[in-house]
Design a protein. Structure first.
Length: 323
C-alpha cells in the first residue's frame, strides 16, 4: 500500500502526505516533519489570496517561507475570485510551490461568508472557473481539497465529481466529513470511495488516520494516497512510525526528554519566523497538549504552559515536565 505517487507531472517516493493545519503547518512544523519522517510532501497553512496580493512580503513569511531542510511543499490557497486566484497562483509558483491546492473544505464562518472554503462546493460552475484560473497560471500540479455531502441536504458529490473530471485538476483530496460535522463524527470512507470510483485522476483520502490500522482502512477505499492531519502535531515521526508498522518493522518513538526538546525547538523556530515572541508563545499554548501525549501530568503541564509569557518561561516548564 505504501508506494510511489504520481500527481500531474511529479512523482513522489511515498503516498503519505502531511496535510494543511490552520495556525500550525508553517515552516517550523514542516521542517520537523521532514526531520523525523519522509512524507510525499507537506502543506502550508491555508493562505488567503488577498494576503498574498495585498500584504508586504515581510508579513507573508509565516505562510510562504520554505525551510531549506524541508522537502516538497504544497501551497494551499483560499479564494473566491478567479482573477485574484490567478495572480496568487503565479506568485506562489514563483515562491517555489511544488504543488498548489485550493481549499474547498474550511467550515469557518468568516471564510464561508466570503464565498470561500466549503461554500465553494455549493457552486460547481464558480469552482470550475477557480480551478481553471490555477491550471492556466502554473506548471505545477493543482488540486482541490473538499468535504463530502454526508447526511446533509447539500447533495453535491455527483455534481462536484463531474465538475472535477471536466476541470483538468490533477488530483483530488477528500476529507470524509461534511463541513458541519465535528471530529466526533466518523470519517465517511464510503463517500471517499465514491470519488475514487467516479474519477480517473488520483484521489487522496483524508480523515481519522493516526496509525497503521486507520491507514489500511483508508487505503481500502482504493485511494491513491492518504493525507494525515492533526495526528501529526506533536509527533513529527508519525509518518515514519506508520510506514514501519505497515512493513512489520519496529519503530521506537523518541524518549520523553527528546520530545520536550522538539517542542522547544518548534516554538523557538516559530518565534524566529514571525519575529514575535508573543505570538510564538500563543501558538505554543495550542500545540502543547499534542506534544504532551505521554507526559504523566499532562493537564498540569498545559496549565503551566498557559501561564507562560516568554519562550524562556516555556523552556523552563518543558524541562520540568519532559524528564
Amino acid at each position: 500500500m505504501i508506494k510511489p505517487l504520481q500527481l500531474g507531472n511529479k512523482i513522489f517516493p511515498s503516498n503519505i502526505i502531511q496535510g494543511p493545519l490552520a495556525g500550525i503547518s508553517c515552516a517550523p512544523f514542516r521542517r520537523l516533519i521532514w526531520q523525523y519522517s519522509q512524507p510525499a510532501f507537506a502543506c502550508t497553512e491555508m493562505i488567503s489570496c488577498k494576503t498574498l496580493l495585498n500584504q508586504p512580503l515581510a508579513l507573508q513569511q509565516r505562510f510562504v517561507k520554505k525551510d531549506p531542510a524541508e522537502g516538497p511543499v504544497c501551497f494551499q490557497l483560499s479564494a473566491n475570485n478567479p482573477e485574484e486566484l490567478a495572480d496568487a497562483t503565479k506568485k506562489v509558483t514563483d515562491y517555489g510551490a511544488d504543488l498548489i491546492d485550493l481549499n474547498c473544505g474550511c467550515p469557518v464562518r468568516k471564510i464561508r461568508s466570503k464565498g470561500a472554503g466549503s461554500k465553494l462546493l455549493t457552486d460547481s460552475a464558480a469552482l470550475f472557473k477557480l480551478i481553471r484560473a490555477m491550471k492556466e497560471n502554473t506548471h505545477v500540479p493543482v488540486s482541490i481539497k473538499i468535504r463530502v455531502q454526508g447526511d446533509s441536504n447539500e447533495k453535491f458529490n455527483h455534481e462536484i465529481a463531474k465538475m472535477v473530471a471536466d476541470s483538468g485538476v490533477d488530483y483530488l483530496i477528500v476529507h470524509g466529513r461534511h463541513w458541519t460535522e465535528r471530529y466526533d463524527v466518523a470519517c465517511r470512507h464510503d463517500e471517499i470511495e465514491f470519488f475514487v470510483n467516479e474519477l480517473k485522476i488520483p484521489v487522496i483520502g483524508n480523515g481519522d488516520i493516526a496509525d497503521a490500522a486507520s491507514l489500511k482502512k483508508m487505503f481500502a477505499t482504493g485511494c491513491a494516497g492518504v493525507m494525515i492531519g492533526r495526528a501529526g502535531v506533536g509527533q513529527p515521526w508519525l509518518i515514519a512510525k506508520i510506514i514501519a508498522e505497515m512493513q512489520a518493522e519496529k519503530y521506537a518513538i523518541p524518549a520523553l526528554k527528546e520530545i520536550g526538546a522538539v517542542f522547544i525547538d518548534h516554538v523557538e523556530q516559530l518565534g524566529e519566523l514571525i519575529r514575535s515572541e508573543k505570538f510564538a508563545v500563543l501558538q505554543a499554548r495550542k500545540v502543547a497538549k499534542y506534544y504532551a501525549r505521554d507526559v504523566a501530568n499532562r493537564i498540569d503541564f498545559c496549565v503551566a504552559i498557559n501561564g507562560c509569557k516568554t519562550i524562556a518561561d516555556l523552556k523552563a516548564v518543558a524541562l520540568r515536565y519532559f524528564i
